[in-house]
Design a protein around this ligand. Structure first.
Ligand code: HEM
Length: 603
């Protein structure tokens, strides 16, 4: 048999299996009771729906373009108007824009894309009981992470128990206690950048060290010395591999879950390409497991001077032991709604994964946003002038702080530097770290604005669209520009968090680490603006080297490598940073114990 005949035989066999699996999996979908239309969207083809148009990269950009065309979020008349039976909500009518809901059919899988903060809030927050689930990710979630990934867990009692365990170490009080570590690490950031100020540098390394060291010190009692630290390098590699495993369309089994059962039963008779997903996922699991178990062991058994000192690993282990011993109480406290009885017994493997995944979530999103802020600075300095937003921030800093000390969290608490708050919010808006929005899932059918939302829909609140919503952010300034001033408007400052800060998600799955993330960003931004001027790298002809503004693809969007000059604003910066910002002599174990006392006393 020639190789081409063999190939076509294999492909025919593959397509027969896929068709069978497809129809079996579709049969499970409950039939709809609703006669309402589906939300608008690009016209689907028979069977495959919009699969042929599914964006292969940067999906949030295509979703944004579609939402402008089909859901009228730009306020332009389209030929896909709502049907006559569609009731319009008064708020939508007043704004003059569409309802911000779109439907895509990915080979039978409904995907609902939300492109306004109102739609996202109405569905994901207000109807949180129905809209807080996650879609199944068979390869990345269930096989490669054994269901231990907090972000990917289905919304059930098991998840809620774990959410309760992590709440005390991520909440607003804990975040306040952690500022002592953020204070140290942001000083070290100034020292590192000053040492490199002679030539253009890519700031990714210094920023990532700062955030990683903050997170690892808190979680494991371990400071990260530089960006080439082997644990940090491994964490980045593992995150990168996760993005690849979770990439939509990479593995057929994610689109056709019944294929997983089929592979489990008949795997040994199938050609290798059909079971490769399992090989990839198992290899990844071993890598993740090794990294996180190693870190947990470090956190629990800190030797030397750190022996016995407080950190998040120890705190969670202790809380877990306490909860397990009173597990009867823990279980009656939650309504199990007929689900199998769940306890909070968690072995070290699961605990390690829980803490490790939190650390990963913290690392990329926070450091990515801080580098985006520096990139905004570079881009707005491209004409050779100090950007007006930097001038204003530095004028405030000179007035409030002066040259004898660094900005501190006390200045933030006292509300003395509200323009720095505005810069931070604008960085989170201008380039939301999770640009596509992390997908939610609903098992039950619903309706919104006269449209039907089918049961078992993936629901994506497209952060890219929502952060560009003209009604909310573009009343005075172009939504595509970096303009912190828009956050000085009373209306935005006093609006609800879901409207003002859409980059952290919604409802019962809203980012629990947002208080910690915001504090890391604020102190770093305030101190960088106090200390430095940032300008583009120049080419041989003296013109600014062009930088990419699209960033990386994937779950978290970060700037691609670029270089810039980061130079001290004056001798006073050299003097103060030189005398106060080398922090390698600081006893961080002592600081951690102080934090532990605050967390224990709920201070
Ligand atoms: C600038 C910083 C950050 C940004 C922009 C960010 C953004 C997000 C977003 C968009 C989600 C998904 C929300 C949803 O599904 O609706 C999320 C979830 C999550 N984040 Fe963050 N995050 C940041 C920092 C952090 C930090 C510092 C931590 C921990 C210390 C953290 C821990 C988590 C966890 C555990 C989840 C999963 C929540 C769940 O699925 O229930 N994040 N984050």
């Amino acid at each position: 048999m020639s190789s081409s005949v063999l190939l076509s035989a294999v492909l025919s066999l593959g397509s027969i299996i896929l068709s069978a699996v497809y129809f079996l999996s579709r049969r499970r979908q409950p039939s709809s009771n609703s006669s309402l239309p589906l939300p608008p969207g690009p016209p689907p083809l028979p069977i495959i729906g919009n699969l042929h148009q599914a964006p292969k990269s940067y999906p949030w950009l295509q979703y944004h373009r579609w939402s402008e065309t089909y859901t009228n979020t730009s306020g332009v008349q389209t030929n896909n108007e709502k049907s006559a039976e569609t009731p319009a909500s008064s708020s939508v009518e007043q704004s003059g824009s569409g309802p911000g809901i779109m439907h895509l059919n990915m080979a039978g899988q409904s995907v609902i894309v939300l492109s306004t903060s109102l739609a996202a809030h109405d569905l994901l927050s207000k109807r949180g009981a129905a809209f807080s689930d996650r879609p199944r990710l068979i390869v990345a979630g269930e096989t490669a992470l054994k269901g231990y990934h907090m972000l990917l867990r289905p919304y059930n009692e098991r998840f809620k128990l774990r959410q309760r365990l992590q709440a005390p170490v991520l909440g607003i009080r804990a975040a306040k206690a952690y500022t002592d570590i953020q204070e140290v690490e942001s000083r070290q950031l100034l020292w590192d950048l000053l040492s490199d100020s002679e030539q253009p540098i890519d700031p990714h390394g210094a920023v990532e060290r700062t955030i990683a060291s903050t997170v690892y010190t808190l979680f494991y009692g371990y400071r990260v010395r530089d960006a080439s630290d082997e644990i940090l390098v491994e964490a980045h590699a593992v995150n990168h591999e996760f993005d690849a495993l979770a990439q939509p369309g990479r593995y057929l089994v994610d689109a056709f879950p019944a294929l997983a059962t089929f592979c489990d039963k008949f795997g040994r008779f199938l050609p290798g390409f059909m079971t490769q997903w399992k090989v990839d996922a198992e290899r990844y699991w071993e890598r993740q497991r090794g990294l996180h178990l190693g870190n947990l062991a470090r956190g629990l058994n800190l030797g030397g001077t750190g022996k016995g000192c407080w950190n998040v690993s120890r705190q969670m282990k202790r809380a877990l032991d306490g909860m397990v011993s009173s597990v009867g109480i823990a279980n009656t406290a939650v309504d199990l709604k007929g689900e199998e009885s769940q306890t909070l017994e968690m072995d070290d493997e699961e605990l390690a994964l829980n803490i490790g995944i939190m650390a990963d979530a913290a690392l990329d999103a926070t450091s990515g946003t801080l580098v985006w802020f520096l990139l905004a600075w570079v881009v707005s300095s491209a004409d050779g002038e100090t950007p007006s937003w930097v001038k204003r921030a530095q004028a405030d800093l000179d007035k409030v702080i002066g040259r004898e000390r660094l900005p501190s969290f006390d200045d933030k608490e006292a509300g003395l530097l509200v323009y720095i708050d505005a810069i931070m919010e604008e960085a989170l808006r201008w380039r939301p770290a999770g640009a596509q929005g992390f997908p939610h899932f609903t098992k039950v059918e619903g309706t919104y604005e006269g449209y039907k939302i089918p049961a078992n829909s993936v629901v994506v609140a497209n952060a890219w669209s929502i952060t560009r919503e003209k009604e909310v952010f573009g009343q005075e300034y172009d939504v595509n520009e970096f303009v912190p001033k828009r956050f000085m408007s009373q209306a935005i400052r006093e609006s609800d968090e879901w409207k003002r800060a859409p980059g952290f998600g919604y409802g019962r799955r809203i980012c629990p680490g947002r208080h910690i993330g915001r504090n890391s960003l604020w102190i770093a931004m305030a101190r960088l603006l106090w200390a430095f001027d940032v300008t583009p790298e120049l080419d041989n002809g003296g013109s600014p080297v062009k930088v990419d503004l699209e960033g990386t693809d994937g779950v978290v969007t970060k700037p691609l490598p670029f270089k810039c000059r980061i130079e001290p604003r004056g001798q006073w910066v050299r003097d103060l940073v030189g005398s106060e910002c080398d922090t390698w002599g600081v006893d961080h174990y002592k600081i951690l114990d102080k934090i532990g006392a605050k967390v224990d006393n709920n201070e």
